[in-house]
Design a binder for this molecule. Sequence first.
Ligand code: PRF
Ligand code: ZN
Length: 374
Amino acid sequence: MSDLAPFEFRIHSRDGHARTATFTTPHGTVQTPMFMPVGTQGSVKGISAQELTEIKSQMILGNTYHLMLRPGAEMVAAHGGLPGFTGYPGPFLTDSGGFQVMSLGHMRKISEHGVVFKSHLDGSLVELTPERSVEVQQSLGADVIMAFDECPPFPAEVPYIRASLERTVRWLERCLNAKTRADQALFAIVQGGIHPELRQQSLDATLPFQTPGFAIGGLAVGESKDEMFPAVAYTARGLPENKPRYLMGVGHPEDLVAGIALGVDMFDCVYPTRTGRFGYALTDDGRLNMNSAAPRQQLIPIDPDCDCYACTHHTRAYLAHLVKAEEMLAPRLLSLHNLRYLHRLVERARSAIRAGEYQAWASEWGERYFRTQA
Ligand code: PRF
Ligand code: ZN
């Protein structure tokens, strides 16, 4: 992978296991730790490309599964890839599709060759293999593409998780053999559930491929936080120091704060936009329920420290009114604020790491976030 000239991961500061770095990609340089908004269908739900830039999003996540079914990888490629298709000019990362097939429950058959599933759009049978996933991800043109893996459900039997992680390693090799573009970085995914010995087996088999980054997969699938974080810690400690680490599908604000302490650099989750659509606003004092009575009387912003459009232009009373009236602006503005909240959270985390005060900052943040949470 030494032909990946445009990619560079440079660590700037460390504080315990936490670190700040810059990750240079063909579509721009991003600061880590970072949170990636999820743009499954070529849009971060309710948020324009212009707004993503305004709230200082850095890298946007796209999905192979959804885009290959509609509008098809060729249509995205006809726009020159995701930046041209979506209008967001910065870096993208695409997930490989297997996880979405399985979590959407349309999987028909999983075999060594790949997965066959029923399209949720027209019911047709579609096959996704490591080769096809890479082919689609090359058409989508993201800066970072993910290996085609299997994420076992939780709970699963140890022999199943072991067989699955071994197959994930064979699929990784097939992905790397299928890859032809030098301007995309392919990240491997470490699996192994919550079992240290299986995580170690996955690490031992995956690290020799020396991919330019590594993801921690297979977590946040139904296990408790007390089961998830030891697995994150164990896996992160086994990953190379000088490559980006991506904890897939995580998470809530407290998960970012905890994951960063364990040395995670990249996160993604639908949480900020989904909870925004349900009428919730993230603040340092916990999650504010805009469906409740109190905010309807409050002539203050969601968060006076937030620089997002919603907080600099509107009161809680106005936003709570929009929620109550079911105006479409409500989910948009709450999603915008929630995304900016997570971007600001990682910005503050980076400052604390640089200052060598991460632990103190994290416990102070957690103390306040959970003290007043409804
Ligand atoms: N694998 C892939 N995508 C994912 C996951 C995984 O294990 C997860 C697990 N939380 C989220 N997204 N390819
Ligand atoms: Zn705001």
